[in-house]
Design a protein around this ligand. Structure first.
Ligand code: ADP
Ligand code: ZN
Length: 727
C-alpha cells in the first residue's frame, strides 16, 4: 500500500503531494482525510492523506515510509475533500491552503501544541442502594453518611462539588463510590430552549412559504432594518430541523453575533454550536467536535463556519450578506457565498441571503432571476423608518460647532431628558487620526509602510495600522523642532470628551478597537447598554449593524460622508450600507426614532438616498455608474498583486505581466500595473494589475500560466484575488 500525502511546504501555486509507503502495523489505520506524520528531508511533517493506492506503484527510487498516523477518524470527510478541490480551482489557491482554512487550529496539518481535552470527574454509587443504606445504618460517621445520602439522592455529582474531599477518598477506597471521567466542552450551552416565538406576521409567513415552495437554490431576503428577518431565519430553521435536517447560519463578525446568538440559544438551546474567531483554540476544537459527533444541528458562526462538518444540511443562511468579512483576504481568497452555494447543491439544500442593503451583485442576480427575491418592506412595529436629518457641517463650523452640531446637541439633550438612549457613530473609514506640526505641516508616517500613523490617546502612542509599528508620541516636531504637535483628526475619545463636557454626568460608553480587545469586552458593552447602564453608546463601524436596542431613539453620525473618499469603486455602496444600517438602529420598538447625519457633502446621491430610505433608488443610480465605468456587477474582476522588495524589479515584472495578459486576453479589459494605493507595506512594494472579465474560462488559463511561471521566483510574490472586496 502507498498513500499520497498533501503537505504544507514550499507552497507555490503547485500542490505538494508526495507518495509514501505504509508499513504493516499502520495499514489498517489509513483512511482518506486523516493526518499522518511523514519524513520530509531531515524534517518531520504532518500532512493529509488524499489518496490510497492499494497496488504498489512502480517508481525507480525507494519510497519512504510514513512515521505515524495522527487521527483515528478523518478530519476531512469526503465532502470537505471534494470542496477543497473545487476551491483550489476556483480561487487558484494551493489545495493545502484550502484544507487548512477549513479546520480549527487543533486539526490543521501543522506542528503545534496539542489541545487538551477537558475532563470532568463524576462520582456515583459503586454498589446498589440497599447495600449502601445498610452501610449507612451501621455507620457512625456523619460526614460519610452525608456524602452517601447526597449521592443516593442525586445519583451522580461532579467530584469537585463534593464538600469533603478527604472523606470522599475514604469512600472511594472502600469501594462504595466510584469515579468516572467524562469529556466536557469548554462552552456550555443552554439546556433550556424556548420553542415558542412570536407568531409570524403575514409578510413574514409569506416569505417563509415562498422560500420553501419556490424552486430556486438561492433566495435573497431584502428586508428593511427591524422587519423581522432574524425571526424569519429562526422559523425556517425550525422547519428544517423538523424535517430532520441541519442548518448553518453565517454572521459577519462577533460584534453582531452577540445578540443574534443569544436569541438563537434561547430558542434552540443546546442544539446550537458557535464558531467564531474570538474563541480560544480549545473552545473551537470542542465546538467542532460537537458538530462532528452530530450533537448539534445548528452552527452559527463567522465566515469559516461555512465549512462546519454538518451532515444533511437543509439550509445555509447568510445574514448581512453584503458584508465584506465574508471574503477572506488571505489565500485561499474565498467568499463564503460561493462555498455556501456549492455545499447547498451537494446537500440539496437552500441558501438564504438576508440584508437591508444587499450588495449590488446579489440584488442584480435576484432581479435577473438567478436568485429568488423575497421582501419585507415594513418594520414589525408598524412604525415608519426613522426620519433622517442632514446637517451641513460647513455652516455648523461657521457657527462655532466643530464636532457636534447644535442640532445634534439639542436632540441628544431631548433624549437624555426623556430617558431614552442615543447611539453615535464616528465614521472613520478612509480617515485617520494623526499628529501634525502646526508650524511646518510635518505628519508622522510609518517608516516601514509610508502610511500616516494613527494617534492612540489611551497609550499616548502613534501606531501604524498596516504593520503595527508603534512609537511614543513626541512633543517636538522632528523636522522643525517646534513644540506642540497636534492631533488633527477626530477620534472617538475626542467625541467622548466633548460629550462629557457638554452634558455633565452623562453615562457614555465607547466601543471601538481600543475598548474591545479583551475577550468578552464586546458583549459586556452591549449588555450594559441594553440594561440602560449608559445613555449613549459611541463607536466606530462596529456599532452600525445588527444591534437591536429597544430604547434607542436617536442615532447621530459624525463625518457621514468621510468614507465616500476611499479610492475604491465600492465606496458609495459601502457608505450607503453603513449609513442605512446605523440609521436602522433607531426607533426599533415603541417609540419612533430619528437619525442625524453630519456631512460636508450634503448633495451626494448616497446621502440623499439614505435620507429617503431608498435602497432601490440607490441601486438604480449606482448601477448606472457601474455600467458606465464597467465595474461589477457588469463584469467580474480578477486582481493580480505583485509584491517585491525591489521596486525596479517588481515594476518591471508587473509591466511584463500586464503586457502578457493584454496579449493573451484581447476580449477582456486589462488595467495596470499601478502601484497599489498603499505605497509600500512592511518595506514591500505592491503593484496591481486588474482584469475585468465576463467569462472565467477565458482568463483562468492565463492566470495559471503566470502563477506557474513565477512559482520559484524568490524575488517576488504573486497573489491572485478573484473578485476582491477591497481595491
Ligand atoms: P431584523 O433582523 O430584520 O432587523 P428582527 O428579527 O430583529 O428584525 O425583528 C425586530 C424586532 O421585532 C425584534 O425585537 C423581534 O423580536 C421583533 N419581532 C420580529 N418578528 C416578530 C413578530 N412576528 N411578532 C412580534 N415581534 C416580532
Ligand atoms: Zn507600518
Amino acid at each position: 500500500m502507498t498513500i499520497d500525502v498533501l503537505v504544507e511546504v514550499n507552497v507555490g501555486s503547485q500542490n505538494q503531494i508526495f507518495t509514501y509507503a505504509v508499513n504493516h502495523q499502520l495499514r489498517d489505520k489509513i483512511k482518506k482525510g486523516i493526518r499522518v506524520t511523514v519524513p520530509f528531508g531531515s524534517r518531520k511533517l504532518e500532512g493529509f492523506v488524499i489518496n490510497i493506492n492499494d497496488n504498489n506503484i512502480d517508481v525507480d527510487y525507494e519510497l519512504k515510509e510514513i512515521i505515524n498516523v495522527v487521527d483515528e477518524n478523518p478530519v476531512l470527510n469526503t465532502e470537505l475533500l471534494e470542496l477543497g478541490q473545487y476551491m483550489s480551482e476556483l480561487y487558484l489557491s494551493p489545495l493545502i491552503h484550502c484544507y487548512q482554512t477549513m479546520l480549527p487550529v487543533a486539526l490543521k496539518a501543522k506542528k503545534k501544541t496539542k489541545i487538551n481535552i477537558k475532563i470532568e470527574k463524576y462520582i456515583s454509587l459503586n454498589k446498589d442502594k440497599e447495600e449502601i443504606n445498610e452501610y449507612i445504618s451501621n455507620n457512625k460517621s456523619m460526614l460519610q453518611n452525608n456524602i452517601l445520602l447526597q449521592i443516593i439522592q442525586l445519583e451522580r455529582v461532579r467530584k469537585k462539588d463534593v464538600d469533603n474531599q478527604n472523606v470522599l477518598r475514604t469512600l472511594l477506597n472502600k469501594g462504595l463510590l466510584k469515579e468516572e471521567e467524562e469529556e466536557v466542552y469548554r462552552l456550555q450551552s443552554n439546556d433550556i430552549s424556548n420553542k415558542d416565538y412570536h407568531k409570524l406576521t403575514d409578510d413574514q409567513a409569506k416569505v417563509v412559504n415562498s422560500f420553501f415552495s419556490g424552486s430556486k437554490g438561492v433566495y435573497l431576503l431584502h428586508g428593511v432594518t427591524g422587519s423581522g428577518k432574524t425571526e424569519v431565519y429562526m422559523n425556517i430553521i425550525d422547519r428544517v430541523l423538523h424535517e430532520g435536517k441541519n442548518a448553518i447560519v453565517l454572521v459577519p463578525e462577533i460584534a453582531l453575533t452577540a445578540q443574534l446568538v443569544t436569541r438563537f440559544q434561547n430558542h434552540f438551546g443546546n442544539e446550537v454550536a458557535i464558531l467564531h474567531s474570538r474563541l480560544s483554540d480549545g473552545e473551537k476544537y470542542d465546538e467542532w467536535r460537537k458538530i462532528e459527533r452530530e450533537e448539534v444541528s445548528i452552527v452559527i458562526g463567522a465566515r469559516s463556519a461555512v465549512f462546519a462538518p454538518l451532515s444533511n444540511i437543509g439550509v445555509i443562511i447568510i445574514d448581512e450578506e453584503h458584508e465584506t468579512t465574508y471574503k477572506q483576504e488571505n489565500s485561499p481568497r474565498y467568499h463564503a457565498l460561493d462555498i455556501a452555494i456549492y455545499r447547498a447543491k451537494k446537500h440539496d439544500a437552500k441558501v438564504m441571503l438576508g440584508s437591508a442593503t444587499p450588495s449590488l451583485e446579489s440584488y442584480a442576480r435576484a432581479k435577473k432571476g438567478y436568485y429568488g427575491l423575497l421582501e419585507l418592506k415594513n418594520r414589525i412595529n408598524g412604525k415608519d423608518l426613522p426620519e433622517v436629518f442632514v446637517v451641513d457641517m460647513q455652516s455648523s463650523i461657521q457657527k462655532g460647532y466643530r464636532l457636534l452640531s447644535l442640532e445634534l446637541i439639542n436632540k441628544i439633550k431631548e433624549r437624555l431628558e426623556r430617558k431614552e438612549q442615543v447611539m453615535i457613530l464616528l465614521n472613520r473609514r478612509g480617515y485617520s487620526n494623526f499628529l501634525t506640526c502646526p508650524n511646518c505641516g510635518y505628519t508622522y508616517k510609518c517608516p516601514h509602510c509610508d502610511i500616516t500613523m494613527t494617534y492612540h490617546k489611551t497609550s499616548d502612542t502613534l501606531r501604524c495600522h498596516y504593520c503595527g509599528y508603534a512609537d511614543k508620541r513626541r512633543i517636538e516636531c522632528p523636522e522643525c523642532h517646534a513644540k506642540g504637535l497636534k492631533d488633527f483628526g477626530i477620534g472617538t475619545e475626542r467625541i467622548e470628551e466633548e460629550i462629557k463636557s457638554l452634558f455633565t454626568g452623562v453615562r457614555i460608553i465607547r466601543m471601538d478597537l481600543d475598548t474591545t480587545t479583551k475577550k468578552g469586552a464586546h458583549n459586556k458593552i452591549i449588555k450594559d447598554f441594553e440594561n440602560h447602564k449608559y445613555d449613549i453608546l459611541l463607536g466606530t463601524q462596529m456599532i452600525a449593524k445588527g444591534l437591536d436596542f429597544d430604547r434607542v431613539t436617536l442615532v447621530g453620525v459624525i463625518n457621514a460622508d468621510m468614507s465616500l473618499n476611499i479610492p475604491d469603486f465600492r465606496s458609495s455602496e459601502r457608505t450607503f450600507q453603513l449609513l442605512s444600517q446605523v440609521a436602522g438602529r433607531s426607533g426599533r420598538k415603541d417609540t419612533e426614532g430619528e437619525v442625524l447625519l453630519q456631512t460636508f457633502d450634503n448633495d451626494h446621491y448616497v446621502i440623499e438616498k439614505v435620507k429617503n430610505h431608498d435602497y432601490i433608488g440607490f441601486y438604480n443610480k449606482e448601477m448606472q455608474v457601474r455600467r458606465k465605468l464597467f465595474y461589477p456587477p457588469y463584469c467580474f474582476i480578477a486582481m493580480i498583486r505583485i509584491l517585491s522588495k525591489d521596486y525596479e524589479y517588481g515594476f518591471d515584472i508587473s509591466k511584463k505581466i500586464g503586457a502578457y495578459l493584454r496579449k493573451q486576453l484581447p476580449n477582456n479589459i486589462v488595467l495596470g500595473p499601478t502601484m497599489a494605493n498603499v505605497f509600500k507595506v512592511n518595506n514591500i512594494y505592491r503593484f496591481v494589475c486588474l482584469i475585468k472579465y465576463r467569462d472565467k474560462e477565458e482568463i483562468y488559463q492565463s492566470l495559471n500560466e503566470i502563477n506557474k511561471h513565477y512559482d520559484n521566483n524568490h524575488k517576488l510574490k504573486l497573489e491572485v484575488d478573484i473578485n476582491p472586496m477591497r481595491m
